[in-house]
Design a protein around this ligand. Structure first.
Ligand code: PEP
Length: 246
């Protein structure tokens, strides 16, 4: 079901004790009842964060096998066992730094869904693609290759996050109109593939230097259902303001 979401991605930041302090501070923020707050934390933190309060907890990665000789990887079963609800799949840092391609990501989506983890599926174009003006078709391809093998029922458990790579961690944000143009196009693609009900029901988040100062104008756009927030989710008060920007 389409809903307003403020999702934080702590990336590889905070120790466990710092993370616990931060989640306690976040729990003190007043969050509107129609906004879901999710924190995607490092794997080492998850068992300490689940059950701390109302905030939903997500992992940042899973492997596409249940178990076996995959040193250093995280099984979806391990996240489920901890009570984790969500998992990021396809973050641009995983795509770029860890060579996760559409094929791998499609398998990770399948694995997450098989075990009832809700994937937050991330995608978005690099700067050169934006500059040459082919960002819409680039993102369409990412959806076709990574997502469109899912059934309509499976899609119902997926949250989408459009994150233009040139805006992640750079301080440069897509303008609200740039975000809306892409989000409307994504929703149209979903409609063409899965029908209007599926398109109306899916939440599409924007990610890329969302801050307390720009969240309101981005979230005001009709096809933007919230944000996936990196740096600014490490500040409880600031992230609380973002969650109050709908
Ligand atoms: C992210 O990590 O998904 C992200 C959007 O980071 P930032 O908000 O720091 O740009």
């Amino acid at each position: 079901m389409r809903r307003n979401i403020a999702a934080g991605n702590w990336k590889m930041n905070t120790t466990v004790s710092e993370g616990v302090e931060l989640i306690k501070e976040l729990e003190k923020q007043s969050i509107p009842s129609d906004v879901e707050m999710i924190i995607c934390a490092p794997a080492t933190h998850l068992s300490s964060l689940v059950g701390c309060g109302e905030i939903q907890i997500g992992g940042q990665n899973i492997y596409m096998q249940d178990k076996g000789a995959f040193t250093g990887e995280i099984s979806p079963l391990m996240l489920v066992d901890l009570g984790v609800e969500y998992v990021l799949v396809g973050h641009s840092e995983r795509r770029e730094l860890f060579s996760e391609d559409d094929q791998i990501l499609a398998q990770k989506l399948n694995k997450a869904l098989e075990h009832n983890l809700k994937p937050i599926f991330c995608f978005g174009e690099p700067l050169n693609i934006r500059k040459e003006g082919s960002h819409i078709s680039y993102v369409q391809k990412q959806l076709e290759n990574g997502l469109f093998h899912l059934s309509e029922e499976e899609l119902g458990d997926v949250v989408l996050a459009y994150e233009p790579i040139w805006a992640i961690g750079t301080g440069e944000t897509a303008s609200p109109d740039q975000a809306q143009e892409m989000h409307a196009s994504i929703r149209k693609s979903i409609e063409n593939k899965y029908g209007k009900v599926a398109a109306d029901n899916i939440s599409i988040l924007y990610g890329g230097s969302v801050k307390p100062t720009n969240a309101e104008e981005i979230f005001a756009k009709p096809d933007v259902d919230g944000g996936l927030v990196g740096g600014a989710s490490l500040d409880a008060e600031g992230f609380g303001k973002i969650a109050n920007s709908f």
